[in-house]
Design a protein around this ligand. Structure first.
Ligand SMILES: [Zn+2]
Length: 204
């Protein structure tokens, strides 16, 4: 298993405002995503950045692991392990307009600020996040409250957006990533086809 120390040793690190951002692996669109992340971080008001930094140092080792990879279902972002890890769906990195990807990043950072502000409730928040996909999970109200608070924090930061215009640069990026996405889709369709075959065999 790769540890945070491995990330630090392997040079996938950037320290901004005393927070080490750790980038495991070399995901598609990494440089672009790094730029988007830096921009989002820089637009958060100073007091709130400080709040997040203090929380990360108090709770963990002052690092955020940033992972870009395919997430299940409709999820474009996750904030997990008490806010010490952010996962972004690579589909959002490849196909979202930049303005919309920024929103995803701010949303996940807002979850960390929420952890910081509700320190005593962090166990509940973590339970809510970790079990939101579970079939027997019934704590919908708690989840909604959690998302509403993230939205409120984004409004407070002045970064909340509802419109996401697509620019020429977005079109260009989409075109670059399209072959990779299409190859993935083919792979996925093949996996689904095989899964259905296995399923049918079991039923017979
Ligand atoms: Zn959320």
């Amino acid at each position: 298993m790769t540890t945070r120390q491995d990330y630090l040793n392997n040079g996938y690190t950037e320290v901004v405002d005393g927070v080490a951002f750790l980038w495991p692996g070399n995901p598609i669109g990494k440089d672009y995503f790094c730029d988007v992340f830096r921009y989002c971080w820089s637009k958060i008001p100073d007091e709130s950045r400080l709040e997040i930094i203090q929380y990360l140092k108090q709770e963990g080792d002052g690092t955020i692991v940033l992972k870009v990879h395919r997430l299940p279902g409709e999820f474009m972002g996750y904030c997990v392990y008490y806010g010490s890890e952010i996962r972004i769906n690579d589909v959002a990195v490849m196909l979202y307009p930049q303005s919309k990807l920024r929103n995803v990043v701010w949303h996940e950072l807002a979850h960390i600020a929420d952890y910081a502000r509700n320190f005593e409730a962090k166990e509940i928040i973590e339970r809510v996040i970790m079990h939101r996909d579970a079939e027997d999970w019934v704590d919908g109200e708690a989840y909604k409250g959690f998302e509403d608070r993230a939205d409120r924090i984004m409004k407070e930061w002045g970064v909340h957006r509802t419109k996401f215009p697509r620019t020429k640069a977005d079109e260009k990026r989409m075109a670059t990533f399209m072959p990779a996405i299409e190859a993935d889709m083919k792979k996925l369709a093949e996996l689904r086809r095989r899964a259905r075959l296995i399923d049918t065999m079991h039923k017979q």
